[in-house]
Each structure stands twice: as structure tokens, then as C-alpha cells.
Ligand binder design. Structure first.
Ligand code: NAD
Length: 362
């Protein structure tokens, strides 16, 4: 099969980690007989330097015409970089917000996986960490409190601020469908997180999720209140497969879940729209402090490319092959600096990419 991939290397370590992900994709292409056509576009600081804006209309057009977008990371050192002396709408992050909006990316997927061999990095008690975990949080990304009307007023000499939380049933349904579809490719368990004991928006959320569940009889559905979910992620993370939740709850829970893995350089992410199209990127930022040193961990970006194969191209076997290669390399004791531990072999960004690419098998 042939696929068009738009690549955004971005800033900081972005170009180094995207290069390694392409290396692994090229190994997949040659072994599984696919063709990946890459088109590079600029975004963030690199685009500001070249065009004066963080994302051009032409770049958006190119991204829209691809089958998926693979991204490194954007942004610089927010205290020293001249990009942060620009107006907010001209800063690197404005490019990311714009592309998410233009591509209608309403579902954000953040897997949090604890690898056996990286258990020491997990900040949880050993008896909990030993059970391992492998969950994905599906967060609604374009509605809810962050996108509602807001205002700050003075009423009777008292300052008062308001943020409005709105969801309509279509916004809930489309993200719930994504979550159930993803569960069908995993362990077939969805936990929908809300605050239905208090909020009307959560009660509608619960009702619509239950309606969607009728179409997925093979998937087990459970509801969980958000405060309980925050506790369960640290108390018993092994119980989770797919968590689906609204924007603000997802923002907080996905950061919590990634912290309990203890290794930011390992965590991929994806943002999807209602077609098969998605934007895939590591969960971490552009790490300007280590850019150009060949020490960045490329695994989060390599695993993002595996998510792209699975969710945008339905190439599940090829995605499995990447995940298997990553596990094998870790089991063989190879580590980048950020996940290095006693008795392991430290390798650079390029060597890690080479090792994973060379372990891709049919
Ligand atoms: P960061 O994730 O870039 O870095 C935090 C720490 O983790 C740093 O010490 C860094 O060296 C380390 N780190 C991150 N990724 C690593 C990797 N792959 N391998 C090894 N170490 C890694 O977060 P930050 O320092 O807060 O932000 C830096 C820049 O990234 C900022 O401009 C921020 O706005 C931007 N950012 C971009 C995105 C994005 O593009 N989606 C996301 C978050 C932050």
C-alpha cells in the first residue's frame, strides 16, 4: 500500500527524533512492501524563522492532503528564545493550536505503558508497579470548559469570573465512538470518566456513552467518577484499558498517567478527527536543553509512528512489529541517557533508531 505522510520535524530535538522514526518506518516499508511518501513542512519556531509565522496556509494545505501527520515537537526555551517575545498568536505553540483546529482533531490519545524493564522508573510502590499497566486515555480535545464562553466582571463591587462548560451530544458521541473503536483493537474495556453526581454535562456524557456502547456489545463499559479515577490511577493502574473523558478531566488525568510511567521519552500521542486522519507526536516537548547532542530518546516518536500505522492506516501487524522491536531492544539492555540504569548499555539517539529499525521483523 502507499501512504502520504506529512512530517513536521519542528524545533529543538524534533528533527533528531523524527529522523529516527522515519528510519523505522522505512524498515517497515521495505519488509512489509509498503511505500511511505514523506513531505516535510515547517511549524513552530522553524516556520517563524523562515516565514515570520508559526504555520503557513500552504503548510496547512499540504497537511490536509496527507493520510497522516508525523510530528516531532515545537518550541524553544521559553525564557531565552526570541520566539517568546512575539505576540502570542505568532509564537510557536500558536502553530500547533492552528493545525489542530484546521484538521478538526477532536480526540486526543495518550497511552501510558509501564515496561517491565523500566519498572524502577515508576514512582508507585513496588507491589503496584509489579503488576504493570497499559492504558490509553482518550480525551475530548475541542469542547468543554476550555472552549466555552468566559468572562470576568465586577458585580456589586465584587470581582467575579465565569467559564462555561458545554457539550452537545454529537461532540460526546464522536469521541465515544473513537474510544470504543480503539478498545476493539485492545482489551475491549472502556472506562468512561465523568462527574455525573454533580454536573449536567456529565450526565449527558454518561447517557450518550451508553447509547454508543449498544453498538459495541463485545466491549465492557464501566463509568467512574473523576475523583475516584485520579485515585485509581495511582492505586490500581492495571485495571485500565481505555479511559474516555471530557477535555479538562482528560488534561489532568493524562498528565497523571504519564507521570506514573516515570519516563517521558517513551510516551507517544495521537490526535484524531472523524476520518482515519491523525496527527502523531511524542507527549514530550522539544527539549531545547539537549538539542543536537544525540542524547534525546527517540522512542516516544517511534511509538507515535506505530500508532499512526495502527489508527490511521489500519496496519496492525506493522504497528505490532515496531512495538515488539522497541521491547526487544529494551530487554537487550539498550538505553538512552534519560532511561539509563545500572548494568545497561547507553546509546545515542541515532544508535537507538538503528537498533530498533534493525529489529523490525515480519
Ligand atoms: P520538554 O518535554 O521539552 O522537556 C522536559 C524535560 O524532559 C527536559 O529536561 C528534557 O531534556 C527532557 N526530555 C523531554 N523529551 C525528552 C526525550 N525525548 N529524551 C530525553 N529527554 C527528554 O518540556 P519543556 O522543557 O517544558 O518544554 C520545552 C519546549 O517544548 C517549550 O517551548 C514548550 O512549549 C515545548 N512543548 C511543545 C510541545 C509540543 O510540541 N506538543 C509539548 C510540550 C512542550
Amino acid at each position: 500500500m502507499e501512504y502520504k505522510i506529512t512530517c513536521i520535524s519542528g524545533d529543538g530535538i524534533g528533527p533528531e527524533i523524527v529522523r529516527e522514526a522515519k528510519k523505522v518506518l522505512d524498515a517497515i516499508a521495505s519488509i512489509y512492501k509498503h511505500k511511505f511518501h514523506y513531505t516535510d513542512i515547517l511549524m513552530g519556531g522553524a516556520s517563524i524563522d523562515a516565514y515570520g509565522v508559526p504555520l503557513t496556509e500552504e503548510s496547512i494545505h499540504i497537511a490536509k492532503n496527507a493520510d497522516a501527520v508525523l510530528m516531532g515537537s515545537i518550541g524553544g526555551d521559553t525564557t531565552t528564545s526570541p520566539w517568546y517575545r512575539l505576540e502570542p498568536n505568532l509564537r510557536p505553540e500558536a502553530g500547533l493550536l492552528k493545525i489542530r483546529k484546521e484538521l478538526n482533531l477532536f480526540a486526543n490519545l495518550r497511552p501510558a505503558v509501564l515496561y517491565d524493564v523500566l519498572m524502577d522508573a515508576c514512582p508507585l510502590k513496588k507491589e503496584i508497579a509489579m503488576q504493570g499497566f497499559d492504558m490509553v486515555i482518550v480525551r475530548e480535545l475541542t469542547g468543554g470548559l476550555y472552549f466555552g464562553d468566559r468572562s470576568t466582571i465586577i458585580e456589586n463591587d465584587i470581582r467575579k469570573a465565569m467559564d462555561i462548560l458545554t457539550y452537545d451530544e454529537n461532540e460526546i458521541r464522536r469521541v465515544a465512538i473513537k474510544a470504543f473503536e480503539i478498545a476493539m483493537k485492545r482489551k475491549r474495556k472502556v472506562i468512561s470518566v465523568d462527574k455525573a453526581n454533580v454536573l449536567d454535562s456529565s450526565r449527558l456524557w454518561r447517557t450518550v456513552v451508553e447509547e454508543v456502547a449498544v453498538d459495541y456489545p463485545k466491549v465492557e463499559l464501566e463509568h467512574m467518577l473523576v475523583d475516584n479515577c485520579a485515585m485509581q490511577i495511582v492505586k490500581n493502574p492495571a485495571q485500565f484499558d481505555v479511559i474516555v473523558t471530557e477535555n479538562m478531566f482528560g488534561d489532568i488525568l493524562s498528565d497523571e498517567a504519564s507521570m506514573v510511567t516515570g519516563s517521558i521519552g517513551m510516551l507517544p500521542s495521537a490526535s484524531l478527527n472523524d476520518t482515519k486522519f491523525g496527527l502523531y507526536e511524542p507527549s514530550h516537548g522539544s527539549a531545547p536543553d539537549i538539542a543536537g547532542l544525540n542524547i534525546a530518546n527517540p522512542i516516544a516518536t517511534i511509538l507515535s509512528s506505530s500508532m499512526m500505522l495502527r489508527y490511521s492506516f489500519d496496519l496492525d501487524k506493522e504497528a505490532d512489529a515496531i512495538e515488539k522491536a522497541v521491547k526487544e531492544i529494551l530487554n537487550d539492555g539498550y538505553r538512552t541517557k534519560d532511561i539509563m540504569s545500572f548494568g545497561c548499555k547507553q546509546v545515542g539517539t541515532i544508535e537507538m533508531g538503528d537498533l530498533i529499525a534493525s529489529h523490525i521483523r515480519k
